[in-house]
Design a protein around this ligand. Structure first.
Ligand code: SR1
Length: 368
């Protein structure tokens, strides 16, 4: 797939990189509903040694981003990163969201395909509704990156956060903290690819650790996931007085679990093991007496950046790889408190592996 790039010099490459900063966006870059400023690897990365392909230099690249969900810390941070990377690469990002309505997302993808963008990023989605539309995009020859959704096509590039690791990192700590003996409430909704993969790890974990007993399963994903989960978690805690842990591998789930534990005054008895991270999550985890003791997470804005870089590489017919993974880190309450970490920027400084400039590196871009 790698094309031969024209023999343009280093000077031209640097010039292009400099002129790429003032670009036009399909949506305003960097404004993502109050999400933290996206992190960047620019300061660590070497200067680009090749020039941008002419279409990138002239701002003629359109990428459609077709989302299933957009509300909540994770999705806001992810979008902020995607927009920042689009701006850095001088591409126009046309964004749509199904707002949790799978048919709407499928329609959005159909419309995006009709507009023939240079590439499409599909961000989450249910296989039944989105795969037929992904097939149409692929059949039309449009390069496609599928984040957190099974594209059902070998032609698409898959991107995920290594969800098995996300689950196992949190569960290994749960096991260590409880000496392998705990009654656990589990939060899960089937159909979301990352949650389904984390569920595979949880299922295996229970088999391998007979002292860990799931006493209740709860879960809902909607526009107010945290408060809906809080209501469910309260009922499950009241029905199961011996619970000592809640495994809630999505930060909106974890927020709901934390709320329930606090409202019932069970902070000393019940600990929450989550996934994902945001500045708001860090605040919740480090509050005095917080039951949220650990989360396994990537930096969401970094993942959004990776998705856009992968799509840009496909447009440039550069090698990308068929499956991209952004590895998570385990973030404990203890580590946050000990490090005085209060926001995502400080977290990324403390754990630089959260930035992954080598995943889908764009050779002509600074900071990729
Ligand atoms: C409803 S799916 C939510 C998950 O998507 C992303 O993978 C985030 O990690 C989040 O946990």
């Amino acid at each position: 797939m790698r094309t031969t790039r024209p023999l343009l010099g280093v000077f031209a490459g640097l010039l292009a990189a400099v002129t790429l900063t003032g670009c036009t966006q399909g949506t305003p870059g960097g404004d993502a509903g109050g999400a933290s400023a996206p992190s960047t690897a620019a300061s660590q990365a070497p200067a680009p040694t090749v020039s941008a392909p002419p279409r990138f230099a002239s701002g003629d690249v359109d990428i459609a981003l077709v989302r299933q969900l957009s509300s909540g810390d994770y999705f806001e941070q992810w979008l902020a990163g995607a927009q920042a990377e689009a701006k850095a690469l001088n591409v126009t990002l046309n964004i749509s969201s199904g707002d949790g309505n799978n048919d709407k997302q499928a329609l959005n993808l159909q419309q995006a395909v009709n507009q023939r963008p240079d590439a499409i990023i599909v961000d989450h989605g249910f296989a039944d509704t989105i795969q037929p539309e992904i097939k149409k995009a692929v059949d039309a020859g449009i390069p496609l990156v599928a984040f957190d959704v099974d594209p059902g096509s070998d032609e698409a590039v898959s991107l995920d956060q290594d969800d098995h690791q996300i689950a196992s990192k949190a569960l290994d700590l749960l096991k260590a903290d409880t000496n392998g003996s705990a009654k656990v409430i589990y939060v899960y909704v089937a159909g979301f690819a990352p949650l389904d993969r984390r569920n595979e790890t949880w299922t295996q974990f229970k088999q391998d650790n007979p002292g860990i007993e799931q006493v209740a399963q709860i879960g809902v994903v909607n526009n107010s996931t945290a408060s809906a989960v809080a209501d469910q978690a309260k009922a499950a805690l009241q029905a199961n007085p011996g619970v000592t842990a809640i495994f809630a591998p999505y930060d909106e789930f974890a927020k709901g679990a934390v709320l329930a534990v606090k409202e019932l005054g069970l902070q000393d008895q019940v600990k929450v093991y989550g996934a994902d991270i945001s500045t708001a999550d860090i605040g919740l985890m480090t509050e005095p007496g917080s039951p949220w003791v650990a989360t396994a997470a990537t930096d969401p804005s970094n993942v959004g950046r990776v998705a856009v870089r992968a799509a840009a590489l496909l447009v440039a017919e550069e090698q990308v790889g068929h499956e991209l993974k952004v590895p998570p880190a385990l973030i404990t309450q203890q580590k946050l408190r000990d490090g005085g970490i209060a926001n995502i920027e400080q977290l990324v400084t403390a754990i630089p592996e959260l930035l992954t400039p080598d995943v889908a590196r764009v050779p002509w871009a600074a900071g990729s």
